[in-house]
Design a protein around this ligand. Structure first.
Ligand SMILES: Cc1cc2nc3c(=O)[nH]c(=O)nc-3n(C[C@H](O)[C@H](O)[C@H](O)COP(=O)(O)OP(=O)(O)OC[C@H]3O[C@@H](n4cnc5c(N)ncnc54)[C@H](O)[C@@H]3O)c2cc1C
Length: 415
C-alpha cells in the first residue's frame, strides 16, 4: 500500500490486488466475535520517517491521528526503567542511560561507553557478527544486555541476540537512539493497524483514479508483449510490483529463469515467529503503564489496550522470536501468561476470555551477512517490494514502506 500510495501521488494509475479481504498484511486488523484485535501488537518509532510521512499523506481532515507519541521509555517490570529526558540530543539519551533505574553505576557507564563507541565508529562494523558477540566484545555487563540491549534487539530485529546481525542492530540504534530526540520517540497505535494506514491509503489511491481489489489472489505473473497479465484475463499492466511476503514470492518468481538467483536468495531465508496473546479482564483492570516489559517468563511486552485504544481491560502480550512458548498449546500459553500477569499485577483479576494469534513466519531471521534481493529485477517492468528487500533495516513496517516507495519511484522515473 506504500508503493500504491506513492505511485498514486506521482500520478500513475494503480491497481492493487490483495488476496485477503482485509488490507495490512502482517500488520492488519483481525475481527473476532468479541472484539477487534490486531494480528500483532505493533509499535512505530519516531525514526520511521517514511512511514510517518505516508500516514500523513493519506490522512484526510477529520481522521483521528491514530498514534500516541511518547518520549522513549523502557520499563522492564519490576526491575528496570529508562526514560529519555526533555533535553536536546544526545543529552536526552545520555541522561536516560546515566539515570536508568535498576542498573548499578558501573552498568550505566558501560552502556554510555557502548553508545560512545558506536558513535565513534559511525555505527559501522567492518565485518558482521551476532549481537551477543558484539556486546561481549564491548564488555557490556550482563544486566545491561539483559535489560537494555537484548530487549531492543529482539523487539527490533525479532531475532535472538545470539543469531541477530550486529550490523543491522547498530543501524537501528543509529537511527533511533542516536538521532534527534523525536527520532527515539515511541509511537503507539490508538487505532487498529489496517485503519491507521492501509485503509486510508486505499481511499487515497481510489480518489486518485486507482483501484484496490480485495480478495483477489494473484497466482501467476505472465509476461505478455505489452506488459504483464495478472489475475484478470484481458487486463495488462506495464509494470508490476510484487509486494508479497518473502515465503510467498518464490512461487510467483519461479517461471522466470532469469529470476532464479533471486528465488534462491529468498530460499535461504529462515523465519522467526511472533505470538500475540490477548487477555480480556474486567473493564476496570489496567496496568501501571501503557506499554512495558516483563523480566522473566514468556511475556515480553505488555500493551494496555484500554489506555491505548479504549478497549478497557484488554491486555495484549507480545512474545517475539523463537522460544519455549512455541511448544505450548494456545490455551496453555494463555493460562501461563495470565499466571505471570496475576503474579505481578494481582488487581487484574481473572480473564473473561483469551485469544492467541501466532504468526509463525512473522519476519525473516535477521542474521549476520544475510543477502537480500534488490527492488529492481532482471525482468524489465517487474519489481519487488517488502520488508525483506535489500536495506540496512530489519523486517519492520519502515523497511516495508521504504521498499514500497523505492519500487514506486523506479517506475515513476521510467514512466
Ligand atoms: C505479530 C507481528 C508483530 C510485528 N511487530 C512489529 C512492530 O512492532 N513494528 C514494526 O515495525 N514491525 C513489526 N512487525 C513486522 C511488520 O509487520 C512487517 O515487517 C510488515 O508488515 C511487512 O510488510 P510487507 O508489505 O513487506 O508484507 P506483508 O505485510 O506480508 O504484506 C504482503 C501482502 O501480500 C498479500 N498477498 C500474499 N500473496 C498474495 C497473492 N498471491 N496475491 C495477492 N496478494 C497476496 C498478503 O495478503 C499481504 O497483505 C511485526 C510483524 C508481526 C507478524
Amino acid at each position: 500500500m506504500a508503493a500504491a500510495a506513492q505511485l498514486a501521488h506521482g500520478g500513475a494509475p494503480v491497481t492493487v490486488f490483495e488476496a485477503s479481504r482485509v488490507l495490512g498484511g502482517r500488520a492488519r486488523r483481525v475481527e473476532t466475535e468479541r472484539t477487534r484485535l490486531d494480528n500483532g501488537l505493533h509499535i512505530l518509532l519516531g525514526a520511521y520517517k517514511e512511514t510517518l510521512r505516508l500516514i500523513e499523506l493519506v490522512k484526510e481532515p477529520g481522521d483521528p491521528p491514530g498514534l500516541l507519541r511518547l518520549p522513549l521509555e523502557l520499563t522492564i517490570h519490576p526491575v528496570f526503567r529508562l526514560r529519555t529526558a526533555p533535553l536536546p540530543a544526545p543529552l536526552h539519551l545520555l541522561s536516560a542511560l546515566l539515570r536508568a533505574q535498576g542498573l548499578g553505576l558501573g552498568d550505566r557507564f558501560a552502556a554510555v561507553r557502548f553508545m560512545a563507541w558506536a558513535r565513534r565508529s559511525k555505527f559501522r562494523l567492518a565485518g558482521d557478527m551476532n549481537v551477543a558477540q558484539l556486546l561481549r566484545s564491548k564488555r557490556q555487563p550482563e544486566k545491561v544486555s539483559r535489560f537494555l540491549w537484548n530487549p531492543l534487539c529482539v523487539s527490533a530485529l525479532n531475532t535472538p541476540p545470539s543469531q541477530a546481525s550486529a550490523k543491522i542492530f547498530l543501524n537501528v540504534l543509529r537511527d533511533s537512539l542516536n538521532g534527534s530526540r523525536a527520532d527515539s520517540d515511541l509511537l503507539l497505535p490508538t487505532l487498529d493497524f489496517s485503519a491507521l494506514f492501509p485503509d486510508r491509503a486505499a481511499r487515497f489511491v481510489e480518489s486518485h483514479g486507482g483501484n484496490v481489489r480485495l480478495g483477489v489472489t494473484v497466482d501467476a505473473i505472465e509476461r505478455k508483449d505489452d506488459g504483464f497479465a495478472l489475475a484478470v484475463e484481458g487486463e495488462y499492466f506495464r509494470h508490476v510490483i510484487l509486494a508479497v511476503s518473502p515465503h510467498r514470492a518464490g512461487a510467483l518468481l519461479a517461471p522466470y529463469t532469469e529470476l532464479a538467483p533471486i528465488a534462491r536468495m529468498i530460499d535461504q531465508f529462515t523465519y522467526q515467529p511472533i505470538y500475540s496473546v490477548y487477555l480480556q479482564y474486567g473493564r476496570e483492570a489496567r496496568l501501571p503503564f501503557r506499554m512495558g516489559g516483563m523480566e522473566t517468563g514468556y511475556s515480553q511486552w505488555l500493551f494496555d489496550r484500554g489506555q491505548l485504544c479504549g478497549q478497557h481491560g484488554l491486555i495484549g502480550v507480545v512474545i517475539s522470536a523463537s522460544g519455549a512458548h512455541q511448544g505450548l498449546a494456545h490455551d496453555d500459553l494463555a493460562r501461563a501468561v495470565h499466571a505471570e500477569l496475576a503474579e505481578n499485577f494481582p488487581a487484574l483479576g481473572e480473564p473473561l476470555w483469551h485469544q492467541v494469534i501466532a504468526e509463525k513466519r512473522a519476519t525473516f531471521s535477521c542474521t549476520p551477512g544475510l543477502l537480500r534481493p534488490d527492488n529492481l529485477t532482471p525482468v524489465a517492468g517487474l519489481y519487488l517490494a517488502g520488508d525483506y528487500t535489500a536495506s540496512d533495516y530489519p523486517a519492520t513496517i519502515e523497511s516495508a514502506v521504504r521498499s514500497g516507495i523505492r519500487a514506486a519511484n523506479l517506475i515513476l522515473q521510467n514512466a
